[in-house]
Ligand binder design. Structure first.
Ligand code: NAD
Length: 415
């Protein structure tokens, strides 16, 4: 039995394959990962105990270039989830027209339960286990849930020590001191904000004063909330794993980020507003809802609570296909993950290009290139959606899957 998240990815692929009239063999080929690696990662804890964790790296497709995708540290990581996320990465890179295939990796552990030196050891051992699989021309990891630029620095160092020389292009989302690019840390969120602005513009909605709720106040959610606030919108609710915060006149997102950086354990404990139950955020009366936590936030069980007119998927896979169908019927517009949160992989690509050329661009150059790619991709998806009367998700999948299938057909099947 496959899991709900993998089944969601396969349903979306099937719909695109039907629209594109892909032959059955090609559809089957695209349904399966190209390569998958499952590894056991031993760790000697600080107390001397030996523990073993399961890790994965899955490459879904390599037809358009090396594989690209994040590494997740989370207790719920499993093979099906990583496989679905790798498939979404393939379509995402194709939709925004960057020359990568899709990959994803992860370790089944809760990083908050480990010391920094334990995290370093487990990251380095995982890196050494997947080492033959990755490389700047093969597969380039990046941060995802539970990992950050420090994790990338450890992977880059482990890879480089084995190679015998520095290989900055093996990962993206690195610290600036190691060849990271300016603008990568906020890139996914900036992309979410750019996509939201395009979405409102194409629906003739003035963004000034628009109300927003953001689920997840991590790397993506917090800065997405900030950028939308800076664009003139009113962020009235945010949440994290421990609860939510509501303020009808608008949360000061920068101040909330400072509170969290200074040790406040959860947004729900801020004195800026009222406590909100974590699950209540999905049903907030707002114009734009941004799920930016994990998969499966809006499901058949809570979709009826949704009051937003627009949903912009900061997370990967936050709306299940069954919920998607109901939202479509109700006229709620959903901007899908593979377009809405592609800003991260776009700037990862820019970082990788700079690493390969041993050259660096200014923050302004990176931001202009990001805006260019996001706006072009949005326009292509919007035009197809309008011309063929599709949802945004179906149009984005048709473009992404179509580009990958074209590349595979051009290459042919070997031998
Ligand atoms: P993160 O670990 O930095 O943050 C995750 C946040 O979600 C945390 O605030 C956590 O407390 C919160 N959370 C977890 N479960 C929750 C729940 N049930 N309700 C409310 N909040 C909850 O992770 P991130 O990097 O911000 O990634 C978030 C999502 O965005 C993931 O789906 C990820 O795959 C996707 N994404 C990330 C990037 C990136 O560059 N980091 C790029 C594209 C997509």
């Amino acid at each position: 039995m496959i899991s709900e998240v993998r089944s969601s990815a396969l349903i979306q692929l099937r719909e695109a394959a039907e629209f594109l009239r892909l032959d059955e063999g090609m559809h089957k080929l695209l349904s399966e990962p190209r390569r998958s690696l499952s590894v056991s990662v031993p760790l000697v804890r600080d107390n001397g105990n030996l523990e073993v964790f399961q890790g994965f790296r899955v490459q879904h497709n390599l037809a358009r270039g090396p594989a690209k995708g994040g590494i997740r540290f989370h207790p719920a990581v499993n093979f099906d989830e990583v496989t679905a996320l790798a498939m979404w990465m393939t379509w995402k890179c194709a939709v925004v027209g960057i020359p990568y295939g899709g990959a994803k990796g992860g370790i089944m552990l809760d990083p908050s339960k480990f010391s920094a030196s334990e995290l370093e050891r487990v990251t380095r051992r995982y890196s050494s286990e997947i080492l033959p699989f990755i490389g700047p021309d093969k597969d380039i990891p990046a941060p995802d849930v539970g990992t950050d630029e420090q994790t990338m620095a450890w992977i880059m160092d482990t890879y480089s020590v084995v190679a015998g020389y520095s290989v900055p292009g093996v990962v993206t989302g690195k610290p600036l001191s190691l060849g990271g690019t300016s603008g990568r840390a906020g890139a996914t969120s900036r992309g979410v904000a750019l996509a939201t602005l395009e979405l409102l513009k194409s629906h003739d909605v003035d963004s000034a004063g628009i109300t927003v709720a953001v689920e997840g106040f991590g790397k993506v959610g917090a800065l997405a909330a900030l950028f939308l606030q800076e664009a003139g919108m009113r962020v009235i609710a945010v949440s994290d794993i421990d609860g939510g915060l509501y303020c009808s006149s608008g949360i000061d997102v920068r101040a909330l980020m400072d509170e969290i950086a200074s040790g406040l354990p959860s947004v729900s404990e801020s004195s800026q507003g009222d406590y909100l139950g974590r699950s209540e955020l999905i049903g907030m009366k707002v114009d734009v809802l941004i799920p930016a936590a994990l998969e499966g936030s809006v499901t058949i069980d809570n979709v009826d609570l949704v009051q937003a007119r627009f949903i912009v998927e900061g997370a990967n896979g936050p709306v299940t296909p069954a919920a998607d169908a109901i939202l479509e019927e109700r006229g709620v517009v959903v901007l899908p993950d593979i377009l809405a949160n592609a800003g991260g992989v776009v700037v990862s690509y820019l970082e990788w290009v700079q690493n390969l050329q041993s050259y660096s661009w200014s923050d302004m150059e990176v931001q202009l290139k990001l805006a260019d790619v996001m706006q072009k991709a949005y326009k292509e998806v919007f035009e197809l959606k309008q011309a063929e009367h599709l949802t945004f998700r179906r149009a984005a999948h048709v473009i992404g899957v179509g580009r990958v299938a074209d590349a595979m057909l051009a290459r042919g099947i070997f031998p």
